[in-house]
Ligand binder design. Structure first.
Ligand SMILES: CC(C)(COP(=O)(O)OP(=O)(O)OC[C@H]1O[C@@H](n2cnc3c(N)ncnc32)[C@H](O)[C@@H]1OP(=O)(O)O)[C@@H](O)C(=O)NCCC(=O)NCCS
Length: 151
């Protein structure tokens, strides 16, 4: 049985970036560089959230409003030892509420075709598979596009 941990979701702060970068490197073969994380924070301070448990950063999400009424999830990760404990679900609930409050009618994202675990996660949240974008990633992998309609 998963340990229930006390998790707090809050806005990111500049001094969280090193912890976020460490999670990026653990979770992705093409991690966002620190410069991009800092730029996204500067451009979207209220679209960048972290999950804190046991006094440390254990996950984060970046979601921004684009193209009028569409929320776009740019990144989400949970530190591996903290996965399957509801942390990314809590981050998504929060960012989707914020995007809805800003006027989003739809939330969309891209995910690697090989990343079946993340696709399962999004399907569980209510996202639907929409299509594919060939060569979306730098190594040439296809992206699956998924979306979630907000009422
Ligand atoms: C995908 C990811 C963000 C999920 O984070 P998480 O904190 O473990 O997610 P949650 O605990 O909230 O998962 C909720 C539910 O989603 C589903 N789910 C989550 N991860 C899954 C996986 N690897 N395989 C199958 N289903 C999964 C399960 O139904 C899970 O509920 P359960 O644990 O009771 O079965 C995490 O695995 C991760 O950081 N992966 C590496 C980075 C990544 O791929 N990000 C997405 C890029 S598009």
């Amino acid at each position: 049985m998963a340990v229930q941990r006390l998790v707090r979701i809050r806005d990111v702060k500049s001094n969280d970036m090193q912890a976020i970068l460490t999670i990026e490197y653990k979770c992705f073969k093409d991690p966002y560089p620190l410069s991009l994380l800092n730029r996204l924070h500067a451009m979207h301070p209220d679209g960048f959230l972290v999950a804190e448990a046991e006094g440390k950063i254990v996950g984060y999400v970046i979601g921004v409003l684009r193209w009028g009424a569409t929320g776009h999830i740019l990144a989400i990760s949970t530190d591996p030892p903290y996965q399957r404990q509801g942390i990314a679900s809590a981050l998504m609930d929060n960012i989707i509420s914020r995007l809805r409050a800003k006027g989003a009618k739809l939330v969309r994202l891209e995910v690697r075709r090989s990343n079946v675990g993340a696709q399962q996660f999004y399907l569980k949240l209510g996202f639907r598979q929409r299509g594919e974008v060939p060569y979306y990633y730098e190594d040439g992998e296809v992206a699956m596009t998924m979306d979630y309609k907000l009422d």
